[in-house]
Write a protein that binds this ligand. Structure first.
Ligand SMILES: [Zn+2]
Length: 402
C-alpha cells in the first residue's frame, strides 16, 4: 500500500468521524442575534405572566429509517421543554445555592399543533422522505435558501411562522446540532423562521449514549428563538455587552462538558449550568428570572401570533381518568400537580388528608399546572380529587413534610 493511498484512507476515516456526533464532541450552536439586539430596551411586558401556550410543528425530514425518529421520541422531547420552561425539571434542585434566588420560571407550555394552517386536524408531526442525504445545513445554489425548509428543494415547507414554532429535524453532517432564528431579525426569510435540530439530539432517551440525550438542545434553541443570547454575548470576552440580561453574570468563557460548577471569570462566579450555556444536557438546569422576562417580552413584542392562534388551547385529547396521567411532585413547600393536559371546561381540584379534612382547592381554572402549599401539613397519605364533567376522580399519594 503506497503512502498516498494510506493517507487517503486516514482522511476518509477522519471525514466519516467528523460526520457523526461522537461522545467527544462539544455542544455546537450557530444561532446569532440580529443587528440591533444589543441596543434593545425591553421589560415592558414582563408582568404579563399568565401561562402562555405555543404550538409547535415538527418537520421530520429523513433520508433513511434511522433519521425518521418515532412519535414517542418527539413526545419525550415535548415533555423535556415543558418541564424546563415550567421549572418542573427534577435537576433544577442542583442549582448552586448562590444562584437559587435567580432561578426563573418561564411559564410557557408547548403543544403539538392540533390544527394545520388550513384548519385541518393534525398531529403536529410532519414526515418527509427526502432524496437528499444529510440535508440539514445545505443551502441551495440557485436561491441561497436552506433546502431543509422548502418542499421544492427536498425539505418541508414551514407552516405560517407567525402562528407556529417550526422545528425541523434532519441529519446534519457539519457537526452543528442546533440553530435558531432570533425574533425581529430582518435578515430572516419568513419561510425559514424557526429551529433546526440534528435528529440525534432530539428527545429524552437516557438509554442513548450521548452528551445530548435529554432534549435540551431544543430548550436552548427556543431560548434563542425567544431572544436570548449565550451568557457571554456576542463574543467570549469580559469586555462586551454580554447577553443583555441583568441577572446573568458577565461570563468571559464558554464551558463545555459537565465540568465543575465552581467556575469564575471577569471577577464573578459563572452560571455554568444555565440553559443558554454550552454544557452537556445533563448539566443544564435553569433559566434566570431576567431571561424568563426577556423571553416573555419577546413573545408579546415580536411573536404575539403564536399566542393568538388559539391552536394550543383546547384540542388535546382528554384521558378517561384525567388524574391517571397527572404527575404529582413534591417541591419545597408542597406539591406541584401537573394535569398533563389542558381541560377545556371548568373543573375543580381539591386536596384532603386521610381523615377527610379539606386542605386545598385550586383557585385558577384554565391551567394545567397547580401548586398546593402544604408547608404546615404533616407527613402522610393525602387524596387529590378532581371534579370534571360531572364526574369525580381520586388519587392517593404520600407526602413527606421534611
Ligand atoms: Zn446557542
Amino acid at each position: 500500500m503506497s503512502n498516498n493511498i494510506f493517507g487517503h484512507i486516514i482522511l476518509a476515516i477522519l471525514l466519516i468521524k467528523s460526520a457523526y456526533i461522537s461522545a467527544q464532541d462539544n455542544r455546537t450552536c450557530t444561532s446569532n442575534p440580529p443587528l440591533g439586539f444589543y441596543n434593545e430596551q425591553e421589560n415592558v411586558y414582563a408582568n404579563k405572566r399568565e401561562e402562555l401556550f405555543i404550538p409547535i410543528v415538527f418537520h421530520v425530514v429523513y433520508h433513511n429509517n434511522e433519521e425518521n425518529i418515532s412519535d414517542d421520541i418527539i413526545y419525550s422531547q415535548l415533555q423535556t421543554i415543558n418541564d424546563d420552561y415550567n421549572s418542573n425539571n427534577l435537576d433544577i434542585t442542583n442549582v448552586p445555592a448562590v444562584f437559587q434566588k435567580d432561578v426563573g420560571n418561564v411559564g410557557i407550555e408547548f403543544c403539538l399543533a392540533s390544527e394545520d394552517p388550513f384548519g385541518n386536524p393534525s398531529t403536529g408531526i410532519i414526515r418527509v422522505n427526502t432524496p437528499i442525504d444529510s440535508i440539514g445545513g445545505q443551502i441551495s445554489f440557485e436561491n441561497g435558501l436552506k433546502k431543509l425548509k422548502f418542499t421544492q428543494l427536498g425539505g418541508s415547507d414551514a407552516w405560517d411562522t407567525e402562528k407556529y414554532l417550526n422545528v425541523w429535524i434532519s441529519n446534519r453532517s457539519d457537526g452543528i446540532i442546533g440553530t435558531a432564528t432570533f425574533p425581529n431579525d430582518p435578515d430572516t426569510t419568513p419561510g425559514e423562521d424557526g429551529i433546526e435540530l440534528d435528529y440525534r439530539v432530539v428527545g429524552n432517551k437516557p438509554q442513548f449514549q450521548s452528551r445530548f440525550n435529554i432534549g435540551r438542545t431544543l430548550t436552548h434553541e427556543i431560548g434563542h428563538y425567544l431572544n436570548l443570547d449565550h451568557p457571554w454575548g456576542k463574543t467570549v470576552s469580559c469586555f462586551n455587552e454580554g447577553d443583555m440580561v441583568e441577572d446573568t453574570p458577565v461570563q468571559g468563557e464558554a464551558y463545555f462538558g459537565c465540568s465543575t460548577s465552581m467556575q469564575s471569570s471577569c471577577g464573578s462566579r459563572d452560571m455554568v449550568h444555565n440553559f443558554m450555556g454550552f454544557m452537556d444536557d445533563a448539566c443544564l438546569w435553569y433559566f434566570t428570572k431576567g431571561q424568563a422576562n426577556k423571553m416573555v417580552n419577546s413573545i408579546f413584542k415580536y411573536r404575539y401570533g403564536l399566542l393568538s392562534s388559539g391552536i394550543c388551547s383546547d384540542l388535546q385529547p382528554i384521558p378517561d381518568d384525567p388524574l391517571e396521567i397527572a404527575t404529582i411532585r413534591q417541591v419545597n413547600f408542597g406539591l406541584q400537580i401537573n394535569l398533563g393536559f389542558m381541560p377545556q371546561v371548568g373543573y375543580r381540584l381539591d386536596l384532603y388528608d386521610i381523615s377527610g379534612r379539606h386542605i386545598w382547592t385550586n383557585d385558577q381554572n384554565g391551567l394545567s399546572i397547580h401548586l398546593a402549599n402544604l408547608s404546615s401539613q404533616n407527613t402522610g397519605v393525602y387524596i387529590l380529587t378532581m371534579n370534571f364533567e360531572n364526574q369525580r376522580y381520586f388519587r392517593k399519594f404520600f407526602y413527606s413534610s421534611d
